[in-house]
Design a protein around this ligand. Sequence first.
Ligand SMILES: C[S@@+](CC[C@H](N)C(=O)[O-])C[C@H]1O[C@@H](n2cnc3c(N)ncnc32)[C@H](O)[C@@H]1O
Length: 258
Amino acid sequence: METLDLANTWDICLDFLYPKEYAEGLVEFLKQNKVKRVLDCACGTGFPAVHLLPEQDFSVVLSDGSKEMIGKAREKIQKYGFDATVQNIKWQELDRHFKEEFDCVLCIGNSLVYVDSWGKNTVNPAKAKAELGIALKNFYNVLKEGGFCYIDTTSRKEFENPFGSICKQFGKKKINGIEYSLVWLMGHDKKNKVRSWNPQLLEWRNGSVVGKQSHSLKSYLLDHEELEEMLHSAGFSKVDKYVKIRGEDHYDIFIAHK
Ligand SMILES: C[S@@+](CC[C@H](N)C(=O)[O-])C[C@H]1O[C@@H](n2cnc3c(N)ncnc32)[C@H](O)[C@@H]1O
């Protein structure tokens, strides 16, 4: 197996994580809410933005803080022939680039908790919390009055696990002609407010493992009460919790209204 960096590993994880119905469900949700202009501020390798770009009802702007992730998103945009640019912007700097111009800011894929640690196996929880406050304020600042922010986050199911460590088996799947299996290990260090995530990808040929790739990342362990409180502190007037979107079964969705 060729060595896969985090961007390529994440891109394969996406195929395991989201069924086709999720992108459709999200489009439906945005249309129902009469959204016209979207910022996918954690566009990563292009999900879900590439599924939203063909829509006529709204326009989509893409940004992300990681050059590595953006590189992959740009490849896809070029491949599908979309007219879109991807900007390398950290959430903490969004309001230097945009005005109050979006109806919706998307922060999808349990991204928020990595505010200061994407790609790193270490996190400073106090610093991450401070950066989170700045990021949420910036999400608020780039929204129009009446706009909303869509954030998905670590699920209740994961928090309720009494062992503090969770193993999620995704089974096997053929992606781009290659058979992979995927396992995620998640750990919660409640005392220090640190979450760990360890995706393990195996490549199979004729029933045998021919390659493996794993990554270890740490993030801030953000619980739901704290997220809600921080959204209000950032200025959001109303927060809808546990919003359901067809096909989303991994994370809990919060919609924060300006
Ligand atoms: C788990 S990936 C999710 C990507 C994509 N939304 C998806 O669902 O496939 C998390 C993304 O959040 C981005 N991210 C984390 N902290 C960020 C920050 N402070 N500013 C901008 N992007 C950030 C990372 O670069 C990464 O692309």
